[in-house]
Ligand binder design. Structure first.
Ligand SMILES: CC(C)(COP(=O)(O)OP(=O)(O)OC[C@H]1O[C@@H](n2cnc3c(N)ncnc32)[C@H](O)[C@@H]1OP(=O)(O)O)[C@@H](O)C(=O)NCCC(=O)NCCS
Length: 132
C-alpha cells in the first residue's frame, strides 16, 4: 500500500536510509517535509514501512516538481514497489497542477526511471555544484 507519510513513519524512513549507508535526510528534514504542502512524501507499507519517496514543487515555478529520492528496502527491491511509489507521486503532483516532473539520477538508475517509470531523458542539464 502506498500512502502519505506520517510523523511516526520518519524513524522507519531513516532506518531504510541507514541500511543503504545514507546520511542525507535528518529527522527535522522529514518532519518539515510532512508539514509542507508543496512536498509529496509517501511511504510504501506492507505491515511495516518498506519504501518511501519525496518530491517537491519549487516556490517559484509552480508547474514543475522534482523527485528528491526514492528508496525501497534492500530485501524488497525488484518487486515494482519503487515504480508504484514514483507513479503515485507523479499522480499526486499532476493533481496539484504540475505539468513536468524532473529527477536528477545516477546513470545506474536509468533503467528504473526511463524503462519502468517512463521518464524521458531531457538532455537539458549537466549538474554543477558549489559548496558542500
Ligand atoms: C531505485 C529503487 C528505488 C528501485 O526500487 P525497486 O522497487 O527495486 O524498483 P522496481 O522493482 O519498481 O524496478 C522496476 C524496474 O527497474 C529496474 N531497476 C530497479 N532498480 C534498479 C537499479 N538500481 N539498477 C538497475 N535497474 C533497476 C528493475 O530491474 C526493474 O525492471 P525489471 O523488473 O524489468 O527487471 C531501489 O533500487 C532503491 O531503493 N535503491 C537505493 C536508493 C536509490 O539509489 N534510489 C534512487 C535514487 S533517487
Amino acid at each position: 500500500m502506498i500512502r502519505k507519510a506520517k510523523k511516526s513513519d520518519i524513524k522507519s524512513c531513516l532506518f531504510l536510509q541507514k541500511l543503504d549507508k545514507g546520511t542525507y535526510w535528518k529527522q527535522t528534514d522529514l518532519e518539515k517535509a510532512i508539514k509542507d504542502k508543496d512536498v509529496v512524501f509517501l511511504v510504501a507499507e506492507d505491515k511495516k514501512v518498506i519504501g518511501y519517496i519525496i518530491g517537491e514543487i519549487p516556490p517559484t515555478k509552480r508547474t514543475e516538481a522534482a523527485i528528491c529520492e526514492t528508496r525501497v528496502h534492500k530485501k524488497e527491491r525488484g518487486k515494482r514497489i519503487g515504480t508504484k511509489l514514483v507513479n503515485e507521486l507523479c499522480k499526486q503532483f499532476f493533481q496539484k497542477g504540475v505539468k513536468t516532473i524532473y529527477a536528477q539520477i545516477e546513470p545506474k538508475h536509468l533503467k528504473f526511471y526511463r524503462d519502468a517509470c517512463k521518464f524521458k531523458i531531457t538532455h537539458k542539464w549537466i549538474e554543477v555544484a558549489k559548496g558542500d
